[in-house]
Design a protein around this ligand. Structure first.
Ligand SMILES: CC(C)(COP(=O)(O)OP(=O)(O)OC[C@H]1O[C@@H](n2cnc3c(N)ncnc32)[C@H](O)[C@@H]1OP(=O)(O)O)[C@@H](O)C(=O)NCCC(=O)NCCS
Length: 341
């Protein structure tokens, strides 16, 4: 029996159904003929789950997902009332022409009415005859204002814009995930500057989580779609770089009047590189260090890191050949920046 339900995005079955049905729509020539990118498949449900106005409806037949409507509440200023935009309406190819699209629209309309919406809106391609017929029969018409039909315009923001991310203080429970993130970052983004042997030797010692920063509350995690995608922090202690297993650590607190705060262990997941996460972490670290009275910040940069820190106003002071296990060495750059007060 066909039923339309509000998708429970915390339910793994519903979440998978949303991705599968939307993917079948995207793969259809009318949806562009291209399956969803792997990155979009991964982020779709976590992003929808945190979107404040999303309404996701699933058409289920005997528990099997056969259709989907993804809607967003908006607002009509001229009516000073909410509206509901039907952003995607999709029925799996084998089940088209059986009233499932109409059932999804009816469910969307019922929810819109219950929320006091003044109208439903949607956009449809001129060429999508089948969908246009359904919409006309359902009561949709061109939007006409002052006697003129309106057009649907869009301006793509480069690669689709940076998806939203948020930053929080790391906790000790994050350590295993952050160690994996650091390894993925170093392996993916360190390759252009270092050999595989150098990267593997540096992981776990020179590069890794310093749990002292976490205990101090000065290490941050950047999350997108509920997943950690970057980490980095600062420290008011002497240790300049390195994870828990790096020799020569020094926990002594620095004197903000005479010594420079440390900027520590920035790592961005490769698929999130060059989207401003490093810059955002740096801004947070510098503002917290300045608020604690520090007038300068110092760090030991990797060669990939040097590009970020140079863009952020850090000046190279010394190139260092740091010894690693197995008789290897790795080039780092000691850098410093005077902080604005
Ligand atoms: C270094 C690292 C943290 C940078 O993070 P990121 O989020 O990609 O950096 P951002 O997007 O914030 O970059 C800010 C600016 O830094 C500069 N920059 C960063 N990466 C760069 C690169 N690969 N090439 C040239 N400039 C770069 C640019 O000026 C950039 O601004 P733009 O993109 O508008 O041109 C990231 O490459 C990384 O995780 N590398 C591997 C781990 C590592 O070496 N960490 C450093 C430890 S000290």
């Amino acid at each position: 029996m066909l039923e339309v339900v509000e998708a429970d995005l915390d339910d793994a079955g519903h979440a998978a159904a949303v991705v599968t049905v939307l993917d079948s729509y995207a793969s259809d020539p009318i949806g562009g003929g291209e399956p969803l990118a792997a990155d979009v498949r991964r982020r779709l449900v976590p992003e929808l789950r945190t979107h404040p106005t999303a309404l996701v409806l699933l058409a289920l037949d005997g528990g099997e997902a056969v259709g989907l409507a993804v809607c967003f509440y908006g607002f009509s200023t001229f009516a000073a009332r909410p509206l509901l935009n039907v952003h995607d309406l999709a029925v799996v190819p084998a089940r088209r022409g059986q009233g499932i699209g109409r059932a999804l629209l009816q469910a969307a309309e019922a929810r819109a009415r219950a929320r006091g919406c003044c109208k439903l809106t949607l956009e449809v391609q001129d060429s999508n005859q089948r969908a246009r017929l359904l919409y006309e029969r359902f009561g949709f018409a061109d939007f006409v204002l002052a006697g003129s039909a309106t057009r649907f315009l869009t301006k793509p923001l480069e690669d689709g814009g940076t998806p939203p991310f948020s930053m929080r203080v790391a906790t000790l429970a994050d350590v295993p995930v952050l160690e994996a993130l650091i390894a993925a970052s170093a392996r993916g983004l360190g390759r252009a500057d270092y050999s595989e042997a150098q990267i593997e030797a540096a992981l776990g010692t020179a590069w890794g989580v310093d749990s002292e920063l976490i205990r101090d509350g000065t290490y941050f995690v950047v999350e997108a779609g509920g997943e950690p995608v970057a980490c980095g922090g600062w420290s008011a202690r002497h240790t300049l770089f390195g994870g828990d297993r790096q020799p020569g650590r020094e926990s002594r607190l620095l004197d903000p009047a005479r010594e420079a705060a440390r900027v520590r262990a920035f790592f961005v997941r490769p698929d999130w590189a060059r989207r401003g996460l490093g810059r955002a972490l740096l801004a947070r670290c510098e503002s917290e260090a300045a608020a604690r009275g520090f007038r300068a910040a110092e760090l030991m940069a990797t060669l990939p890191g040097e590009r970020l820190y140079a863009a952020g106003g850090y000046v190279a002071r010394e190139r260092v050949r740091h010894p690693l296990a197995g008789g290897l060495e790795i080039e780092f750059v000691a850098m410093r920046k005077e902080l604005q007060r």
